[in-house]
Design a protein around this ligand. Structure first.
Ligand code: HEC
Length: 247
């Protein structure tokens, strides 16, 4: 038994070390999103920003308008007037108005559905991605992204953020000059901190969209704990009652 146990243990430890290293290296490339799903106003702003700046290209095909209303505390009128830009029905899911073949032609790719993107990429990645666009004349649409090199998405938030340019480091072995940092070339309509909040709100909304049940589950968690505590107390009363006569 020990013969197979040891190699298994070694593989397990190696695996743990590798995954910790992977998490650490991801952490250094991305910034902390600072999202708070308990902050309903942030989620409401995020939903509005998403509909205005992202939904033209990206669908959320598992999320219904009605569900957003219910979860974020918005009335049917509020959802239909402010969030629904496509004329879909209240009970329908969020589709984009853009035909897929046009998208393919314009961007070289169809913009992916973002329903589960927060689970695939994580919220720090999304937050950092939204802040990492820079001007790059060598790209078809004039945009590049430091976190996701050669992404075919143009920066949808540039008016608020402003225009960033890259400062390049020394050429590496392949002759490519890596992007060292991004500098603001032209200010946007928002201050840096305000823009961070915009990116944070959108990220929070996508985090919620990835698992809408999370809001309800967290609210329910408190009741579950209270119930368990109460039940433990009952069990204890019962036990003292049973053991009373045993000496
Ligand atoms: C003009 C169309 C367009 C708009 C508007 C747009 N995107 Fe995109 N987006 C794309 C395309 C095209 C891609 C695919 C990029 C690639 O894979 O090269 C993409 C990719 C992404 C990805 C990466 C998906 C992956 O592969 O991991 C994320 C995240 C994303 N978009 C979020 C957003 C958010 C958030 C907004 C709104 C603030 C937004 N996008 C607005 C076109 C758009």
């Amino acid at each position: 038994m020990t013969k197979t146990f040891l190699p298994k243990l070694v593989t397990l430890i190696a695996g743990l070390v590798l995954s910790v290293a992977a998490i650490a290296s991801e952490g250094s490339a991305t910034q902390q999103s600072g999202t708070d799903l308990g902050d309903r106003v942030s989620l409401q702003r995020g939903a509005q920003l998403y509909m205005n700046y992202c939904s033209g290209c990206h669908s959320l095909k598992y999320l219904r308008y009605s569900r957003i209303g219910e979860d974020l505390g918005l009335s049917e009128d509020e959802v239909m007037n402010n969030l629904n830009l496509t004329g879909a029905k209240f009970g329908e899911t969020i589709q984009t108005a853009m035909p897929a073949d046009h998208a393919q032609q314009w961007f070289g790719q169809t913009p992916p559905d973002l329903s589960v993107i927060s689970r695939v990429r994580g919220s720090n990645w999304i937050y950092t991605y939204l802040k990492s666009f820079y001007l790059d004349e060598s790209r078809p649409l004039g945009w590049n992204n430091q976190l996701f090199p050669n992404a075919s998405m143009p920066n949808p938030l540039w008016q608020m953020q402003g225009l960033q340019r890259a400062e390049y480091g020394k050429a590496d072995a392949t002759g490519e000059r890596p992007v060292e940092k991004l500098v603001m070339a032209q200010a946007g309509t928002l201050e840096a901190e305000q823009f961070n909040q915009v990116a944070r709100d959108i990220t929070a909304f996508l985090e919620y969209a990835g698992e809408p049940a999370v809001l309800k589950r967290e609210a329910m968690g408190v009741w579950v704990i209270l119930f368990l505590a109460f039940f433990t107390f009952l069990a204890w009363l019962l036990k003292t009652e049973y053991w009373k006569d045993v000496h």
